[in-house]
Write a protein that binds this ligand. Sequence first.
Ligand SMILES: Nc1ncnc2c1ncn2[C@@H]1O[C@H](COP(=O)(O)OP(=O)(O)O)[C@@H](O)[C@H]1O
Ligand SMILES: [Mg+2]
Length: 360
Amino acid sequence: MKKPTVCLIFGGKSSEYEVSLHSAFAVASHIDKGKYEVLKLGITKDGEWYIFDGEERDIFNDTWWQKSEYITPVTLDFSIGCITVFDKTVYSLKPDIVFPVMHGAFGEDGRIQGALEMSGMKFVGCGSLSSAVCMDKYLTKLVAESIGVPCARSAVAYKGELASREALREKISKIGYPVFIKPCRSGSSVGISKVNYASELDTALEKAFYCSDRVIVEEAIDGKEVEAAVMCDGGRIKVSTLGEIGYFGEFYDYDTKYKDKTVSYIIPAKIEKQCERAIRSYCRKLFSSLECKGFCRMDFFVKKDGGVLFNEVNSIPGFTDISMFPKLFINDGYSFSSLIDTLITNEINGTSKPYIMMMW
Ligand SMILES: Nc1ncnc2c1ncn2[C@@H]1O[C@H](COP(=O)(O)OP(=O)(O)O)[C@@H](O)[C@H]1O
Ligand SMILES: [Mg+2]
């Protein structure tokens, strides 16, 4: 029998381009090549699409696009639902399934998902609607709060409000310092600042508005950062064992996430049973009401008094060997390969969406 072809898409015009390369390297290295034919599709930082037929290491090292003998330009053809390859001759490829291993803008925010939906291709992970909502921290919060999932107190600010700076300062000071200033649509902590005093506000706002026209201002939570890997397997939502992030420093910023060797992943998270129960229940509610599909990672804060606050959903979480998402399910008995296989198989079989929506 012919092996199903899985098209891994990586890179893209996002500030998380490098993170995507590392995730894609891990997925490409671990996918069961005895079971699947793998097609690697890279998108450069400039947005050029190529099939890459070379060594996986070149994806990791970001040298894949320099290997002219191994790259062939391609485009996604919406009308006939295939990938058109511009080689010596022009021909079409129709993968059985696409796995976008991309993070941030264009890859995780519903845009590539919308393109794949238009072309009628099956793909792993959340669809365009839920990806777009999960990408936006403000919209996700609105949904969470509307279904009774508690979040940090916050206010939303628009770029236009910079013109009336005093009113904006006033709005933010009502939350009470310290606050976190976060672009609504970013990831990997890019554009985020902790602001301890009003005097630091302008720099933080500038940084956040550089990434996104809408910014969320949140009370700073003093507590543990606890993460759950969530997937839909056989039409049922599975929430992994919870993990806790241990780090030194003010917050879990970009350098801490990707360069700091002292970060620790504590699995299982050292939290009270009732906090764990609350988080697991919130994950199910959120997965259903945000119409997630396939997989995601959901992040929470657990305060010293045991209160649980939802932070965010990552619809395509980091997928490297050291990322929390695979680590959590590996802790629950999957191997890296079987986890990838489960995600793909559920998508092929149409069991990547929950059969029964949560009622509350
Ligand atoms: N309200 C908050 N209170 C305390 N820490 C926060 C808050 N919001 C964000 N952080 C810190 O900033 C990090 C990144 O914020 P997050 O909302 O997860 O954005 P990203 O999508 O960039 O990961 C968090 O992991 C946490 O360390
Ligand atoms: Mg985060």
